[in-house]
Design a protein around this ligand. Structure first.
Ligand SMILES: NC(=O)c1ccc[n+]([C@@H]2O[C@H](COP(=O)([O-])OP(=O)(O)OC[C@H]3O[C@@H](n4cnc5c(N)ncnc54)[C@H](O)[C@@H]3O)[C@@H](O)[C@H]2O)c1
Length: 353
């Protein structure tokens, strides 16, 4: 299988993680160039690949066959469209774009060009998540009934020194909740309706500091999710897995999935079932089976998967299209909070078709 000749757009916080990932996997990919108008090679003494100030220079001089788009959200659509028109496969960071309309425009170009895409919902590559997905698919929980998710942490004050983090779009809905929505879709299937409440009560910024939603999935499963960046708690996937070194590890579970035959806690998998499968009911004892999985770096798994999607015909775990449906459901939480109405996702589905 051919190695990727991959370039990176945007060398900020997450661009650096992609750069480090590519450099850690020389058997998978060669980093042929990085483009960032502000950050240059002086900030990356360990990176030998050339730095450019524009994407065009990178394309013309480094000749990549694939790209990572790790730039601000409003650039994802134009840069993704440009990649598609140039026949470049790409991983685009989440959110796939900054609106439903721009996501639809991106998908049109991707389909026309036939390029392969991934959206950077890296958590889908966690071993705990793929094991949970498999257990649910195999019927370990019986018929899926519901899911309950918390993502709550207190972001440090310095985080808000950057102006866009206090403005609309810079809050926990598009930055954090979108990951929970994506995992909820991944585990429980497509979302049908969303209702919600959004709050800025604690910090009082223009942007929200918390959101809660009630979700109905196709097939009858229902769910709730709370996302807050003011509430100090041990319950985020980052704290539960140590996948993000910026978060202090707690090892706590923040997802609970329930079915007619059992329940599952994530990310430190614990499967609950009737001690006697012939005796199920609230008066009957349960047993918990802890399931230790060897966790792996989701960014490395994402890169390996990307190469197999391009060169070995593997189906993308989370394509740009999939990312667009996650975006639509996430935007629906904001809309439901704003209008205090139930949002039906059918119109969004048609817009993205
Ligand atoms: N998967 C995740 O968990 C995760 C985590 C953090 C950020 N992200 C996403 O990654 C993206 C970047 O976020 P960040 O935190 O790294 O932001 P950042 O501000 O740290 O970095 C963005 C970089 O893009 C550069 N840039 C601006 N215009 C550019 C252009 N035209 N061409 C090339 N580079 C350009 C900026 O100079 C900056 O260095 C956002 O979409 C964000 O939502 C995803």
């Amino acid at each position: 299988m051919k190695r990727l000749r991959i370039g990176v757009l945007g060398a900020g916080l997450i661009g650096r993680r992609h750069i480090d990932t590519i450099l850690a996997c020389p058997e998978e990919a060669e980093l042929v160039g990085v483009a960032d108008p502000v950050l240059g090679s002086d900030k990356f003494p360990d990176v030998r690949a050339p730095f450019f100030t524009t994407a065009e220079e990178l394309y013309d001089r480094a000749k990549p066959d694939s790209m990572v788009i790790a730039t601000p959200n409003n650039l994802h659509a134009p840069q993704g469209i440009d990649c598609a028109r140039r026949g470049l496969h790409f991983i685009v960071e989440k959110p796939v774009t900054d609106s439903l309309e721009s996501a639809a425009a991106l998908l049109r170009e991707v389909r026309k060009a036939g390029v392969k895409t991934l959206t950077g919902h890296h958590r889908r590559y966690l071993q705990a998540v793929s094991t949970a997905k498999k257990l649910i698919a195999e019927g370990a929980l019986g018929r899926l009934v519901g899911i309950s998710v918390i993502w709550s942490t207190r972001k440090p004050e310095a985080y808000f020194d950057v102006a866009w983090r206090k403005a609309a779009g810079g809050g926990p809905i598009l930055i954090n909740l979108i990951h929970e929505i994506d995992l909820m879709r991944h585990l429980c299937g497509e979302m049908v309706t969303v209702s919600g409440t959004v709050s800025n009560a604690v910090r009082g910024f223009a942007v929200e500091d918390g959101a809660a939603a009630v979700i109905a999935f196709a097939g009858g499963c229902i769910g709730t999710v709370l996302a807050s960046d003011t509430g100090l708690s041990p319950w985020t996937i980052e704290q539960g897995t140590a996948e993000n070194p910026a978060f202090a590890y707690t090892g706590e579970n923040s997802y609970r999935v329930v079915g007619t035959e059992g329940a599952l806690e994530l990310p430190n998998l614990r499967l609950w079932s009737a001690r006697d499968p012939q005796a199920i009911g609230w008066d009957k004892p349960l047993s918990a089976t802890p399931m230790k999985v060897l966790e792996r770096d989701p960014y490395i798994e994402q890169l390996r998967h990307f190469r197999r999607v391009i060169h070995a015909g593997e189906a993308p775990l989370v394509s740009a299209e999939d990312g667009a449906h996650t975006l639509a459901a996430t935007l629906a939480v904001a809309e439901a909070g704003r209008t205090q109405r139930l949002v039906d996702l059918d119109a969004a589905r048609r817009a993205l078709a």
